[in-house]
Design a protein around this ligand. Structure first.
Ligand code: DGY
Length: 306
């Protein structure tokens, strides 16, 4: 596939063991990594011939960008191609949790469906309500665009107001505390950084409405799992739907999985066939550019070129 290059590929469909990764990286000029690989000083020291690190994901919180920049190593990632697919999944999760679809499925599979019941599994409406979006990057904006189909108003919070998105979607900027109390449902799309660790904690959750659904489509550690468990169990909020968890993968006996109002899926936001192919293609294009000494088409640390 990569003419003129010797390519070594980890053949197994699971994260490469760290020791082996550090061994194999020693000879490499370029590395194509997954979001489950930690790219830190140890990795970069082991791979001291690397001229590029290319990640097949848009989020790069597993990569120490400063350490790469200090060593003059550009980091590739895959923005844009997964935006719409991930926004679709945010809406799928929101609708599923707010309207209690997984509980309905369990009810049918459990043989409990005997007759139509006017009180059965009543959920929260989406249409006509207010959606709060935490983080207004590409994915946040794509989530906001879809809200008009449900006649929803959008409020959002991000590091700074985004006038273009406001113009396109009618979304209104709010401080985080105001957003949480005003929104009927909240979707988290923010980037994970040390500053956003447990952004949705106990104090945040107590501001939300008791009928609200919380969706996390970004990174697990944006939400404090212990606080979420308490909020869901006590009925402080209505439901949650998590594409991402802390820890990830979440163990099957984790307390959150014991709650009927918590839907968890295994980090599938961008998992459509077309999008994963587009991500892989971008990752390879970044890799090839890097080993050829060309500027990466999609670079997460452009400061490396200054
Ligand atoms: C990303 O790209 O950062 C997603 O989490 C995986 O699609």
């Amino acid at each position: 596939m990569l003419e003129g290059h010797e390519v070594w590929t980890w053949p197994e469909n699971r994260t490469m063991p760290r020791r082996l990764l550090l061994e194999r990286i020693a000879d490499a000029h370029g590395a194509l990594v997954m979001l489950t690989d930690r790219v830190d000083d140890e990795f970069l020291e082991a791979g001291n011939r690397l001229t590029v690190v290319s990640q097949m994901a848009v989020g790069v919180d597993n990569i120490d960008l400063d350490a790469c920049t200090r060593r003059g190593i550009p980091v590739g990632h895959t923005p844009d191609v997964l935006t719409e697919t991930t926004a679709d999944m945010a809406w799928a999760l929101l609708a599923a949790a707010a309207r209690r679809i997984p509980e309905g499925r369990d009810y049918v599979l459990g043989g409990h469906w005997q007759e139509w019941d006017p009180d059965l599994l009543l959920g929260s409406d989406l249409w006509g309500t207010t959606l709060g979006i935490v983080g207004m990057g590409r994915i946040g904006a794509a989530v906001a665009r879809r809200a008009s189909g449900f006649s929803m108003r959008v409020v959002y919070n991000s590091r700074s107001p985004k006038p273009e998105v406001e113009e396109q979607t009618g979304a209104a900027y709010r401080g985080l505390a105001d957003l949480l109390s005003e929104a009927d449902h909240v979707v988290v799309t923010a980037a994970y950084t040390p500053e956003t660790h447990h952004l949705i904690d106990h104090d945040a959750l107590v501001r939300m409405k008791p009928t609200a659904t919380l969706v996390n489509i970004a990174r697990g550690p944006l939400v404090d799992p212990a606080a979420l468990y308490q909020a869901l169990r006590s009925g402080r909020i209505g439901s949650a739907a998590l594409d991402v968890t802390e820890p990830e993968p979440i163990p099957a006996d984790h307390e959150l999985l014991s709650l009927p109002n918590c839907l968890v899926i295994p980090h599938l936001g961008s998992a459509s066939r077309g999008t994963r192919l587009a991500m892989a293609t971008r990752a390879v294009e970044n890799l090839l550019a890097g080993v050829a000494g060309r500027r990466l088409p999609w670079c997460a640390n452009p400061g490396v070129y200054n």
